[in-house]
Design a protein around this ligand. Structure first.
Ligand code: IMP
Length: 423
């Protein structure tokens, strides 16, 4: 069986967790392939809201096996807190959750390095979630990292010490005022590692290969969004992994010719948390309303998200880079009540009109050119079928489909599992 992918097409927070949760019933295995606790995948059902950070969003379904792939970075401390959150719901994660031995471990000093590195950047800071993501991937590509499989070795603590000492020297080099008690952080870390080691570690690429041979259905769950991809995103204001479709191949060991459907998730408007260019950002009442109605606050950091109109130039780019085969539009309900809706269909770039995403989309280089639509006023949150959707919304959907060349298969009209319309 082919492996299907689910990816965010904007700057993250598109609502991937909800869609994985909705789709999980169709899959035997859900596998995370990149990122780490910088993600916050929100799922809402039975009146309870759950936020998952490193654990795949299939964990609440009875059948699905959840795999954390080699491309993921894991902070044992955050991870154990996540497990504690699952205990309340009697989730048998020891049976349903397995971890790649090749995934890398976030050390307490990685988090500290993230903090001093950001602080030293001043105004140019990335707006990192400060979860140690960048420094851990740096150690991975620098071939210094500690992997989950290392935790099974007798001498892993020696390796840990050597790396932590090196990190301490680097922290001092930054010469930034930072207060920390490494002993305390390490005690917490080593306790968490003990609990983490009670889970099953596997050679996940082999596991997934065998699963494919046996005809099992697999969904690869992306984190963050395509515009935060380290290669194709708005560099340097990106995360440190490949969030695009290629990341699923390297982050799980799945061959490119074994990829099936690519589900692309996007919001009916755009948001971004942290720094970096955002051509369609709104600084007026309209943006404030989107933020308020859409509850646009980060699931991990609580930071307010920046809001703006849908950017079709960027969306088309994301569809292209990922080979999206089906689109899913989230938070359509948030746009109810705006008299006019705008969609950016091209950019004015260095005096010329272009409709691709150029190298540099900073405000001084790019001015969005908009197409306007008549809005709708109906409350969509109780609607359950396409026939109930207002004509104006169907026009909006049709326009996006025509521009991207990809059909929209799901329209989400609220955070609950049930508020999902299949088109
Ligand atoms: P980092 O990956 O924590 O270093 O953050 C790098 C950039 O990516 C920052 O602008 C973050 O706000 C953003 N970012 C990281 N993870 C997420 C996410 O899950 N959703 C949205 N933005 C994210």
């Amino acid at each position: 069986m082919a492996v299907d992918l689910l990816l965010g097409l904007q700057w993250g927070d598109e609502g991937k967790g909800k869609i994985v949760d909705v789709l999980t019933k169709d899959y035997d295995i859900i596998a995370r392939f990149q990122g780490g606790p910088n993600a916050g995948h929100t799922l809402e059902f039975d009146g309870i809201k759950h936020v998952l950070r490193t654990i795949p969003s299939g964990i609440f379904h009875d059948k699905a096996i959840n795999v954390i792939g080699n491309g993921v970075v894991i902070d044992p401390v955050v991870f154990v807190k996540e497990l504690e959150g699952l205990d309340k719901f009697n989730i048998n994660y020891k049976k349903k959750l397995i971890i790649s031995r090749k995934a890398h471990v976030i050390l307490p000093t990685h988090r500290l390095l993230d903090a001093v590195s950001e602080a030293s950047k001043g105004k140019a800071k990335i707006g990192s979630t400060l979860k140690g993501i960048g420094p851990t991937y740096m150690d991975k590509t620098g071939r210094n990292g500690i992997r989950i499989g290392d935790l099974e070795l007798e001498n892993w603590e020696e390796k840990y010490r050597a790396l932590a000492n090196k990190h301490e020297a680097m922290i001092n080099f930054y010469n930034v005022d930072i207060q920390y008690d490494l002993n305390e952080l390490e005690n917490e870390f080593f306790e968490a590692v003990k609990i983490l080691k009670e889970l099953t570690f596997i050679d996940s690429e082999e596991y997934l290969y065998q699963a494919q041979q046996q005809g099992k259905t697999i969904l690869a769950e992306g984190a963050q969004g395509s515009l935060l991809d380290v290669d194709f995103g708005t560099y340097p204001f990106v995360t440190s992994s490949n969030t695009t479709a290629a990341g699923a191949c390297t982050g799980l060991g799945v061959a490119p010719n074994k990829i099936g459907e690519v589900f692309g998730i996007f919001k009916a408007y755009t948001t971004r948390v942290g720094s970096g260019p955002f051509p369609t950002e709104l600084f007026d009442e309209v943006g404030d309303t989107m933020a308020k109605v859409g509850h646009e606050f980060g699931a991990v950091t609580g930071r307010a998200r920046r809001c703006g109109w849908l950017d079709l130039v960027a969306l088309k780019y994301a569809c292209q880079v990922n080979g999206v085969t089906q689109l899913m539009m989230m938070k359509g309900d948030v746009l109810s009540g705006f008299k006019t809706l705008k969609v950016c269909t091209s950019y004015k770039y260095k005096g010329q009109e272009i409709n691709h995403l150029p190298y540099n989309i900073e405000q001084e280089n790019v001015e969005p050119i908009y197409t306007e639509f008549k809005g709708w006023s109906e409350d969509l949150t109780k609607m359950t079928s396409k026939d109930e959707l207002p004509k104006e919304m169907l026009d909006y959907i049709k326009f996006i489909e025509d521009e991207t060349g990809v059909s929209i298969k799901i329209v989400s009209v609220g955070p609950n599992r049930k508020q999902t319309i299949t088109i």
